[in-house]
Design a protein around this ligand. Structure first.
Ligand code: AMP
Ligand code: MG
Length: 483
């Protein structure tokens, strides 16, 4: 195969044998490239543009792999909707860790590439729609400035996948800082090998947190993971992103958004919003995301108790002390994020009230989360019907008074707001439209949407068709895992 710059140095398979299984991907009968992310390829020094369509299809189906690559699937466990289960990559194969010339280590992984020892009842496959959905939303997240895994390619396998109907099969190539999850640690402590957890701790510190110099390594790791998670959730809350399946196996220790299943962006602001059709109790609703991140961190900390201190009670006490700080750390970062969405520099005591009064007004008026903040990100007062009421007018005056207290200019506030409040997000009906078209063989709407979402903070005429929800104020959109 033509050398396009792969530079693999795979350390994950130096972990004890139980952490992974080496196995080949299932062959695809007639692979065909659907989307290739040349820009991402370039940015990680993979020269995809020199390959023919046939070569791309063979590469990203795994039918022809780069020399020396031995694919493997990872073992992990996880709490799914609160219940512990042994899991693992049921339909994913890692190619290995590609090292960029800037010395960045990235996992390359196929998703939808066949059955593995961890498939349980599943067929190991993925359908085209959900893989394109992951491509679209993960790329949108990246351009919104949110840590995320990336998508390098989607190919059609030429084989069918049976779900509620017969669908075209596909494989996504995912690029991630790593696939170490809370669930990997939960798996490690289930092993007979008592050293497994220590090995994984050292590996994770070395791979992601070499700056952690804490005397107590497990506590240092929990702290570092907590900080990354807080930052990530604050980003999600900023743009109205609802992950939908915040199981511990879907929480990456590298702090990236991972596993785009039933996720979606909120239209009308309602903190109770849930999109996932299987989340009946609203466990993973918009407003619960910080609480769930903390809950997941507690499951993470539990796996490290034997390493924190010889005295288990002491370990529990130290871990609890740390994790109990989550709400406070989160609240402060969340408030600062909300300040930036309102162009507020410095901190004033009244800010919490100002923010919560706006959010309450949004709930009462079914106001669109994205468009309301973007409408405020300008010098002129928004003047559409929605904003005419006395309540909003009063709030607006308070906000203007608060802006006066900034030591920065009003222009600086607007600039800040425009960099935090997207003008466009992947609207649910636009995503559906693009995927439906792609399923029918027309990729144009998908490509157009991907392209629009590359510049979410810049107003331009082309956004007109992408800015509004299908039905203003509607909150009845449903998403499906699509596995
Ligand atoms: P997810 O909800 O995508 O994080 O998946 C949860 C678990 O189910 C993971 O272990 C997946 O690898 C596995 N899984 C999902 N879909 C399939 C499938 N079609 N075949 C086999 N395993 C699957
Ligand atoms: Mg998962």
């Amino acid at each position: 195969m033509t050398d396009i710059g792969f530079n693999f140095e795979t350390t994950y398979t130096n972990l004890p044998q139980e952490f992974y299984t080496e196995l080949k991907v299932s062959p695809s009968s007639a692979p065909e490239a659907v989307v290739i992310n040349n820009v991402l390829g370039d940015s990680i020094s993979l020269n995809l543009s020199i390959l023919t369509d046939e070569e791309l299809a063979n590469l990203f189906s795994g039918n022809r792999l780069p020399a020396g690559v031995k694919t493997f699937s990872q073992a992990y466990a996880g709490h799914q909707f609160g219940h512990f289960t042994m899991l693992g990559d049921g339909r994913a194969h890692l190619l290995g860790e590609h090292i960029t010339p800037q010395n960045i280590r990235l996992d390359l992984q196929f998703k939808g590439s066949g059955r593995t020892p961890y498939s349980r009842g599943g067929d190991g496959k993925a359908a085209l729609g959900p893989m394109l959905r992951e491509y679209l939303i993960s790329e949108a997240m990246h351009f919104l400035g949110i840590p995320t895994t990336r998508s390098l390619a989607v190919i059609k396998t030429g084989d069918s996948v049976v779900r509620e109907s017969v669908l075209p099969g596909a494989i996504l190539t995912r690029v991630a800082s790593s696939h170490i999850r809370v669930g990997t640690f939960e798996f490690a402590i289930q092993q007979r090998n008592p050293g497994a957890i220590q090995v994984l701790l050292d590996y994770t510190l070395d791979r992601h947190f070499s700056e952690v110099k804490s005397q107590n390594k497990p506590l240092g790791l929990i702290q570092a993971v907590m900080e990354k998670q807080v930052d990530l959730i604050v980003h999600w809350m900023r743009v109205g992103f609802i992950h939908g399946v915040m199981n511990t196996d879907n929480m990456s220790l590298a702090g990236e958004t991972i596993d785009y299943g039933p996720c979606a962006f909120m239209d009308a602001y309602d903190p109770k919003t849930v999109f996932s059709s299987i989340d009946h109790l609203g466990r993973y609703s918009y407003m619960n995301q910080p609480k769930i991140a903390q809950w997941n961190l507690a499951r993470f900390a539990e796996t490290l108790l034997t390493l924190i201190d010889k005295d288990l009670n002491k370990s529990v006490e130290l871990a609890e002390e740390l994790i109990n700080k989550f709400p406070e750390v989160y609240q402060e970062k969340w408030l600062n994020m909300m300040r930036s969405k309102l162009g507020l520099f410095q901190a004033h005591e009244s800010d919490v009230q100002l923010v919560s009064d706006l959010l309450d007004w949004m709930v009462d008026n079914n106001a669109d989360y994205t468009n309301t903040f973007r409408s405020l990100s300008q010098l002129e007062k928004p003047n559409s019907e929605l904003y005419k009421g006395e309540k909003f007018q009063k709030w607006y005056r308070r906000w203007q008074n608060r802006l006066q207290k900034n030591s920065e200019s009003i222009e600086s506030s607007i600039d800040l707001m425009k960099s935090r409040n997207p003008a466009v997000i992947p609207r649910n009906h636009k995503v559906e439209e693009a995927l439906e078209s792609a399923n029918n063989g027309n990729l144009k709407p998908f490509e157009d949407l991907v392209s629009i979402l590359k510049e979410p903070y810049t107003d331009r005429a082309a956004l007109a068709a992408y800015k509004n929800p299908l039905k203003p104020g509607a909150t009845d959109y449903k998403t499906f895992c699509g596995t």
